[in-house]
Design a protein around this ligand. Structure first.
Ligand code: E4P
Length: 217
């Protein structure tokens, strides 16, 4: 499973990237707002840092507007993925932009039918939002499983980009189901390294080591 980082925090991206944990980055208008930075400036910085797709989202509601904004965002760098919402106009924009050979991430997906439409419109990535479904007492993972089954049934090449990930369990479950990509906030990726038995085991080893009076260096 590829790891995308769901942030515009360039320091956090750089740290994870140095560890080889970053296959791409996703942003959205809320993430850009939280960064407090200009969309072109921060997106360019991320694109230069990362050897992989960097999603930048359009904000127009009509297809023509999304296409124009998508072409404009694509000028930032070669690794830009244009993110459009899963609306009827978003699907039209996806069709045109993907027909121009551009990477398109269709976002705000909450049903298997929406994902089926995005694949037929030529999306590079489909972004089902797990956490936001969980928030309304639905199971976001069921959606990932349904999309996996449908795409495999028909050999669609659109990659399932599990999004709105809030916990390390979401990462495990997305990987078990076979999501192609998971995009997660930096903290969730860091927490994947943690285990209480690792901490306890290390503590025990260090106590015993101290009793030996030895040094390695
Ligand atoms: C994905 O591309 C979105 O930017 C993101 O995962 C949304 O996550 P949220 O529901 O936590 O805002």
């Amino acid at each position: 499973m590829k790891f995308f980082v769901d942030t515009a925090d360039t320091a956090a991206i750089a740290e994870l990237n140095d560890l080889g944990m970053v296959d791409g980055v996703t942003t959205n208008p809320s993430i850009i707002m939280k960064s407090g930075r200009d969309i072109r400036e921060v997106t360019k910085e991320i694109c230069d840092m990362i050897d992989g797709p960097v999603s930048a989202e359009t904000v127009a509601l009509d297809a023509e507007g999304m296409i124009a904004e998508g072409r404009e965002l694509a000028k930032i760098a070669d690794n830009i993925t244009i993110k459009v919402p899963l609306t009827w106009d978003g699907l039209k924009a996806c069709r045109v932009l993907s027909g121009e050979g551009r990477m398109v991430n269709v976002t705000l997906c909450f049903s298997a039918n929406q994902a089926l439409l995005a694949a037929k419109a030529g999306a590079t990535f489909i972004s089902p939002f797990i956490g936001r479904l969980d928030d309304i007492n639905l199971d976001g993972m069921d959606l990932i499983a349904d999309i996996r089954q449908i795409y495999d049934n028909y050999g669609f090449e659109t990659q399932i980009l599990a999004a709105s990930i809030r916990s390390v369990n979401h990462m495990t479950e997305a990987a078990k189901i076979g999501a192609d990509v998971a995009t997660a906030p930096p903290d969730v990726i860091r927490k994947m390294a943690q285990h209480v038995l690792t901490d306890k085991g290390l503590e025990g080893f260090l106590k015993d080591w101290a009793k030996t009076g030895q040094k390695i260096l």
